[in-house]
Design a protein around this ligand. Structure first.
Ligand code: ATP
Length: 719
């Protein structure tokens, strides 16, 4: 196959400019992904670079898999090098070099449910309840601490002994500290690494161990990074180091598609790339091959409302199509019904369901959609909600695999008594205590106590026998074979059959299929440990079901994808833009998100809003994004009533004014030590001024304890 076939001028340049620092600033749908994979093929086929010397970083696992397939087609080579997400690449580095941080090669990659299992242990040990903090909040808190407030945490994980971390945990008093240090302790105990750790540990190795850094720098002759507009500081540091030897770095991004600043992404890395990596060659790609001119006109018009942006316009290559169709509905139910009707019309015209996607800002919007779709018997698949790898039977099956590879406590707790082996709470408590006293794992504790009275009438012996037998024999065998044998020998599948859980059995069959595909697609890395560390990195969008079904997903999940027909629903103030939007930059990010949504559509775009009431009984107005688009570019199936439009504009103006006020720097009129008179509280003295909060701390003469009083309160200075 000709590697350069079908490329336009800019793409051709991007593909053949292989040396040095190259930045591609490209619009949505302009063929960034295509250029990236052709460039990989060009390096391999035309120049003769070994795939193993190329690093290609994508934003999601799904795009990595997609890219691997394309490159396999283009190069015919089974070795597709390092095509991965940042996290996936870090797993590769750590699998090779984890000894540099005193971690075994068998470190565990932790996913959300592993983290929850650890939280459960901590909450029980320290008598915390979900009222102190829900698990979801605790996970967020841990992540924010790791990223923003305690970025040096990893030094403890690497340098401190397990006992040292444990002592920190035991000394902690506040729930947030207990949870944070308890979590670090649990992590270290099982050599577990979460997504943040993967990056931090890898960076640590590169920054501290010159020899290893050089090894990777030399190996990676060419580095390419997709979706560079959403790169964060750590990822930036990582790739800056990696390209330090050969100095071949190629990045592609679209400043209008930055949608992860809330998680630390920084657009400046793309915009200032030329200053940080001189000399940089910049290539612009503005021709859009994805969408009709009608869709692009809407996208261009919408994003032009962002003030903080480099002006650029996408130009359409495709011929004209249908108008962008809008509907303003009276309620979410009506909105869902309208969408269902339009989908039915498309389907009647021969459009397969799988070509249709419904996108929304937040998960909760699926409720009315699902209700209506179920009633209308419209097949759909949710790319959110309970994710395949979070299903109970899938976690159990993977825990069995993990148990034989690592014998870790998390897996043990999950499956030792599933199916029932008479190892209930009392016996588990005994093992916990024994393990704590003897500094061993729960599995070791069980193994040493098989003859203990407590375990006489249990199936503990059989369980240990199973683990021992498989542990001794799994290496060298295909993972799919080990998994099938394990599910059988453990009695797990028999248990599901007795329960009559056909759906769970089907899911296990799907898992075996996935493992099998993994083995056949990844060549040498097909060992059990490799599989286990990869599978923990998979997310929702990686594993949605196939079949002819309408796809429902959040806009974030739709990033980088394209669909012939796109419905963007819930275009209401408070939904999209989200009610959590508090600043002007955040509002611009919401608009970029809307832009990402709109530019996913190839043939036709549908926009809808639902008026009515919010949960708190306030009125729901159509989104500013809908109102901003020039009416001439839209066709209304159900127009927005003129009075609603007017009310919405008033509401938006008022919201903007309030947002500006709330963000204006707060001015203190008085200083510490001033004596003031408050209309109601009387005379007082200012003890402190908190400008961030916009409040004084005042001790009033007639009140025992000081009070925080807003700058806004009327105060008079007295001498
Ligand atoms: N030179 C070309 N000729 C014909 N079609 C092309 C060309 N380049 C890209 N395309 C098609 O345009 C569509 C968009 O390409 P691609 O997915 O690579 O865009 P992208 O820039 O990564 O998009 P986004 O940033 O919006 O996710 C794809 O369907 C692709 O096949």
């Amino acid at each position: 196959m000709d590697t350069l076939a079908g490329l336009n001028k800019a793409q051709l340049e991007a593909v053949t400019e292989t040396e040095g620092f190259v930045r591609v600033l490209a619009g949505a749908g302009s063929g960034k992904t295509r250029a990236l994979s052709q460039r990989f093929a060009y390096l391999v086929n035309e120049i003769g670079i070994m795939p193993g010397n190329i690093l290609c970083v994508t934003f999601t696992n799904k795009s990595a898999t997609e890219m691997r397939k394309r490159i396999h087609l283009l190069t015919g080579d089974n070795d597709t090098g390092y095509i991965n997400t940042f996290h996936g690449f870090c797993v590769s580095v750590l699998q090779e070099d984890s000894h540099a941080v005193q971690y075994p090669k068998s470190f565990l990659v932790l996913d959300n449910s592993d983290i929850d299992a650890m939280l459960k242990i901590i909450y029980e040990e320290r008598h915390l309840s979900l009222r102190d903090m829900t698990f979801a909040k605790a996970r967020d808190m841990i992540e924010m601490r790791k990223i923003f407030t305690e970025p040096e945490y990893y030094e403890d994980m690497i340098a401190m002994s397990l006992d040292g971390i444990k002592a920190k945990y035991e000394r902690a008093v506040e729930p947030a500290d207990i949870i944070f240090y308890g979590y670090l302790y649990q992590e270290k105990k099982c050599f577990g690494l979460d997504y943040n750790d993967l990056i931090k540990f890898t960076l640590y190795i590169f920054e501290q161990k010159e020899e290893l850094r050089l090894k990777w720098q030399k190996r990676l002759e060419y580095i390419m990074i997709d979706e560079f507009q959403d790169i964060d500081e750590l990822q930036y540091r990582l790739m800056k180091i990696l390209c330090g030897y050969h100095k071949n770095l190629f990045v592609v991004g679209d400043p209008d598609q930055t949608i992860y600043t809330w998680r630390g992404a920084n657009i400046r890395y793309l915009l200032d790339f030329d200053q940080n990596f001189p000399p940089t060659k910049t290539i612009y790609m503005m021709e859009n091959y994805r969408s009709t001119p009608e869709i692009l006109a809407v996208a261009n018009d919408l994003i032009a409302h962002n003030r903080n942006r480099i002006e650029k316009n996408l130009c359409a290559i495709l011929p004209h199509g249908g108008n962008v169709l809008c509907a303003s509905n009276d309620s979410p139910e009506q909105e869902a019904k309208w969408i269902a009707q339009e989908i039915a019309k498309l389907h009647e015209k021969g459009v397969p369901y799988r070509q249709i996607a419904v996108l929304y800002r937040a998960h909760y919007l699926t409720r009315s959609l699902e209700e209506v779709f179920l009633q209308a018997e419209l097949p759909y698949t949710l790319y959110s909600g309970v994710h395949f790898f979070d299903r109970r039977e899938i976690k159990d099956a993977l825990s069995y695999l993990r148990m034989i590879a690592y014998r870790d406590d998390l897996s043990f707790l999950r499956i030792a008594n599933v199916p029932k082996r008479n190892l209930g709470e009392r016996r588990m408590a005994f093992l916990q205590e024994y393990a704590a006293q003897n500094g061993c794992s729960l599995y070791e504790a069980l193994k040493k106590n098989l003859d203990h009275e407590l375990f006489k009438r249990t199936k503990a012996g059989a369980f240990v026998g199973l683990v021992e037998e498989f542990s001794a024999s799994f290496s060298g065998r295909p993972v799919s074979e080990v998994l099938a044998a394990l599910l059988d020998a453990s009695g797990y599948e028999a248990m599901l059959r007795t329960e009559g859980s056909q759906e769970r059995l089907d899911n296990l069959a799907e898992l075996k299929q996935a493992v099998y595909e993994y083995e056949t697609s990844c060549g040498e890395e097909a060992m059990l440990e490799d599989y286990l560390s990869r599978v923990a990195l998979l997310t929702n969008s990686d594993t949605a079901e196939q079949g002819d079904k309408v796809k429902l997903m959040t806009v974030h999940a739709a990033k980088g994808l394209e669909f012939p027909y796109v419905f963007l629903c819930g275009l209401n103030e408070g939904i999209f833009p989200s009610r959590k939007t508090r600043t002007q930059p955040a509002m611009e990010e919401e608009r970029r998100l809307a832009f990402v949504a709109v530019t996913r559509a190839q043939k036709r775009l549908y926009l809808s809003a639902a008026s009515g009431l919010n949960f708190d009984a306030s009125l729901r107005y159509p989104s500013r994004f809908l109102l901003e688009i020039d009416d001439k570019l839209l066709e209304y199936a159900r127009p927005i009533a003129e009075h609603t439009r007017q009310d919405a504009r008033d509401y938006i103006r008022d919201m903007d004014r309030r947002m500006a006020q709330a963000n204006a720097p707060k001015q203190a009129a008085f200083a510490k030590g001033d004596k003031v008179l408050h209309r109601i509280m009387g005379e007082g003295e200012i003890l402190a001024v908190n400008a961030d909060k916009g409040a004084y701390l005042i001790k009033f003469a007639d009140i025992d304890t000081p009070r925080e009083i807003s700058f806004k309160a009327k105060l008079e200075k007295i001498s």
